[in-house]
Write a protein that binds this ligand. Structure first.
Ligand code: CTP
Length: 211
C-alpha cells in the first residue's frame, strides 16, 4: 500500500529566536513508518523537528510548522491508501511573528494565538473512496470518550487512544499502550509494549480489517 505517516511535534515561531512546541519526540511515528516499510508498504514520512536517525527506505519530508505539515500532507493525500496522523500538531500559533528578537518590557506580556488548520479534519472531510484514515488522540482525561468523539468528528476509520498522562508510556518513552477504536465500536487494546511492537499491531489491524 501507499502509506503516509506524520510524526513529531510542530514548531510555531514567535520571533527570530523563539517558538512554541510540545513534548512529542517522534518515536511512535518513526516506529510506525519503519514497521510499515518492513511490512512491504511504500512509505512517506512527514516529520516535524526530531533528533531521531533518518530511517532508510522511506521518503522523508521535514517540516517545521503546522502550516508546512498541512501543505506537505494535503499535496500527497489523494494518492495515499493509508494515512496515519501520529504527529502532535500545534492547535494554535502566534498571531504575529516578529522578524527580529522581541525585547522584554516592564510588566506582563500577553501573547495572542490563532488556530492552525486541523489537518486530519480536512483529510476526513475530503476522504478518497477506500482510503484508510487513522488518527491519534493524545489525552490526559476521559481517554476513550474523547477519542471516540474525535473518531466521529474527524470522519476517521480508526483512532489510537493514547493516555499521555502516564510517564511509562507517554511522550519520549520507548514504550506505549493504546486502545485502537474503530467504527461500529470495534476496540482493541494494544500494549504496553515497545513502540515498534505497538506500531506493528496497529498496522496489522488497520490494514487487515480495512474499515
Ligand atoms: N491533528 C491535526 N491537525 C491539528 C491538530 C491535530 O491533524 N491541527 C491530528 C493529530 O495528528 C491527531 C488528531 O488530530 O491524529 C488528534 O489530535 P489531538 O491533539 O489528540 O486532538 P485535537 O484534535 O487537537 O483536540 P484537543 O486538543 O482538543 O484534544
Amino acid at each position: 500500500m501507499k502509506v503516509l505517516i506524520t510524526a513529531g511535534p510542530t514548531r510555531e515561531k514567535l520571533d527570530a529566536v523563539r517558538f512554541l512546541t510540545n513534548r512529542s519526540t517522534g518515536k511512535m511515528g518513526y516506529a510506525l513508518a519503519e514497521a510499515a516499510r518492513d511490512a512491504g508498504h511504500t512509505v512517506t514520512l512527514v516529520s516535524g523537528p526530531v533528533t531521531l536517525p533518518f530511517p532508510a527506505g522511506i521518503e522523508l519530508i521535514f517540516v517545521e510548522s503546522a502550516a508546512e505539515m498541512a501543505e506537505a500532507v494535503k499535496e500527497r493525500a489523494a494518492q495515499m491508501e493509508l494515512i496515519i496522523m501520529c504527529a502532535a500538531v500545534a492547535d494554535y500559533r502566534p498571531k504575529q511573528i516578529h522578524l527580529g528578537k522581541l525585547k522584554k518590557q516592564p510588566g506582563n506580556f500577553l501573547l495572542e494565538l490563532e488556530r492552525t488548520e486541523d489537518i486530519l479534519s480536512t483529510l476526513g472531510a475530503s476522504k478518497v473512496a477506500g482510503q484508510i484514515l487513522v488518527g491519534f488522540a493524545a489525552e490526559t482525561d476521559d481517554l476513550l470518550t474523547n477519542a471516540a468523539q474525535k473518531l466521529k468528528a474527524k470522519n476517521l476509520d480508526w483512532i489510537c487512544a493514547n493516555d499521555v498522562s502516564r510517564s511509562d508510556i507517554g511522550f519520549g518513552s520507548d514504550e506505549n499502550a493504546v486502545t485502537l477504536l474503530g467504527q461500529d465500536s470495534r476496540r482493541y487494546g494494544i500494549g504496553p509494549d515497545t513502540k515498534r511492537a505497538v506500531a506493528e499491531a496497529i498496522l496489522e489491524i488497520v490494514t487487515d480489517s480495512g474499515r
